[in-house]
Design a protein. Structure first.
Length: 295
């Protein structure tokens, strides 16, 4: 029997952050009462709702949207958002809290953005909803859940009204190339200037482009990725702290240890052999810490 929580029919907190680009934090379903409403201001995460039946409204950035069966609506990060079930035909939906640097890019390819927060598939709505239900049925399987979310995103992109094959946004390609570059070169002495040069772009332009697309600055993403790989290596407990520091691109152990402790509030040595399921949950703490004002 699924776990029941007040205010929804099913809710699970999973904190799946093992993927480099796509994180799944929480999932649930809700068959709403008439005029049931909720207001969100979500930090560092995105929520997507899959409306199975019924209808309601979404208010975001001073605009109101009518949302009905088989549509998907977005709750962007760091944006106050209100939504309410209809009085006569209240909606039933599946929702996922997701995050990661590629999420805004993937959703933008599908045409789902803060300025266009409601998605209507031109086909395959039944397949998208079946996949969403499949995730709920298999919520204990991290890789299955994340892999199925990728499938959903692929269906969304392929069946989007906003898709224009001949007018692909080149800025998204630049951002994807930056992410690939960092994931390939993070163990080396990476310079933002060199990334910009490799793409033939001005550094300030690339920095702004990346921030707008992902919510991360280039330095934040590089740091977050290095911390992710460091916690993975520490959990394996095969290398010394000094070897791990070098493996993730630090020239000295002291600088690495200082950066690690600033993000996780623990020393690298205290995390050696840590259960990786716990370690992945710590990555959300790192994300929050790099975005908080420095003292």
């Amino acid at each position: 029997m699924p776990q029941e929580l007040l205010g929804c029919d099913f809710c699970k907190f999973v904190n799946y952050e093992d993927s480099d680009d796509f994180y799944l934090y929480e999932m649930g379903t809700n068959k709403c009462e008439p005029l049931y409403s909720y207001e969100h201001l979500v930090k560092n995460r995105i929520i997507i709702h899959f409306v199975l039946n019924g209808k309601g409204i979404l208010r975001l950035n001073g605009k109101q949207y009518d949302v009905g069966p088989h549509q998907i609506f977005l709750i962007p990060q760091d944006t106050r958002t209100f939504y309410q079930a209809d009085a006569e035909e209240p909606w039933e939906y599946i929702w996922f809290h997701i995050g990661g640097p590629k999420i805004p890019l993937i959703l933008k390819e599908a045409g789902l953005t803060p300025s266009h927060p409601v998605y209507t598939p031109v086909a395959c709505a039944d397949k998208i909803e079946a996949l969403a239900k499949d995730i709920l049925d298999n919520y204990t399987r991290q890789y299955y859940c994340v892999g199925t979310l990728y499938k959903i995103c692929d269906y969304m992109i392929e069946n989007s009204k906003a898709k224009q094959e001949d007018d692909y946004d080149s800025s998204l390609l630049y951002v994807k190339n930056v992410i690939s570059y960092i994931q390939l070169k993070y163990s080396e002495h990476v310079k933002i200037e060199n990334i910009a040069i490799s793409l033939g772009l001005n550094r300030s332009y690339l920095t702004r482009l990346f921030k707008e697309a992902t919510g991360y600055s280039l330095q934040e993403y590089l740091l977050t990725y290095r911390m992710k790989m460091a916690i993975k290596l520490l959990s394996e407990n095969k290398l010394s702290v000094a070897e791990i520091a070098e493996a993730v691109g630090y020239t000295d152990t002291f600088t690495f240890s200082k950066a690690f402790k600033r993000h996780f509030h623990q020393s690298p040595s205290s995390c050696k052999g840590i259960d990786y399921s716990i370690a992945t949950g710590m990555l959300g703490i790192a994300r929050a810490n790099i975005l908080s004002p420095k003292s």
